[in-house]
Design a binder for this molecule. Structure first.
Ligand SMILES: Nc1ncnc2c1ncn2[C@@H]1O[C@H](COP(=O)(O)OP(=O)(O)O)[C@@H](O)[C@H]1O
Ligand SMILES: [Mg+2]
Length: 151
């Protein structure tokens, strides 16, 4: 069956609303049983990590979220659910993802949030949800594209 591509746009005024918006997204992701690959596109300072903080909050992570710029990935484990937060900004070559066993991250209902996914092109799986964050005035414009994802 042909899957339905769903496209939505949002404007988020400030950081606190960004976290709240992320929480809403996170709740929607938590409804899905299968592993999910979420691409977070956008320039440095666009708000990808802020959005990730909101998504993680929906799963029960109340604290800060450090950018895994050097470690590439930070693991969060919640009752029965793993969330991996990737930041591939410093990835030299997509092949490095093969060495770290990237395939294992996308299993058993895990949720993978990936900042700078373009650095892993060719090795990363196709995203289930693609989120583009752009600075617009004082706020941020969010473009969400998803396959069969109810939000
Ligand atoms: N919706 C928003 N409106 C205004 N400022 C925001 C918004 N979302 C995030 N910010 C601010 O943008 C800055 C960069 O955020 P960050 O999430 O670290 O970006 P990135 O991970 O894309 O590099 C932070 O100072 C944050 O407070
Ligand atoms: Mg970031």
């Amino acid at each position: 069956m042909q899957s339905a591509l769903n496209h939505q746009e949002f404007f988020i005024d400030n950081e606190s609303d960004m976290v709240t918006f992320g929480e809403r997204l996170g709740r929607a992701f938590s409804q899905e049983k299968n592993s999910q690959c979420i691409f977070l596109n956008g320039d440095l300072g666009a708000g990808k990590t802020t959005l990730s903080r909101g998504i993680l909050r929906a799963f029960g992570h109340a604290g800060a979220v450090k950018s895994p710029t050097y470690t590439l990935v930070e693991e969060y484990i919640f009752a029965g659910r793993r969330v991996y937060h990737f930041d591939l900004y410093r990835l030299g070559d997509p092949e490095e993802l093969e060495y770290m066993g990237i395939r294992d991250y996308f299993s058993d209902g895990s949720i993978c949030l990936i900042e700078w996914p373009e650095r892993g092109e060719g090795v990363l799986p196709k995203p289930d949800v693609l989120i583009d964050v752009k600075v617009e005035g004082e706020g941020r414009r969010i473009y969400l594209t998803a396959n069969n994802f109810n939000f």
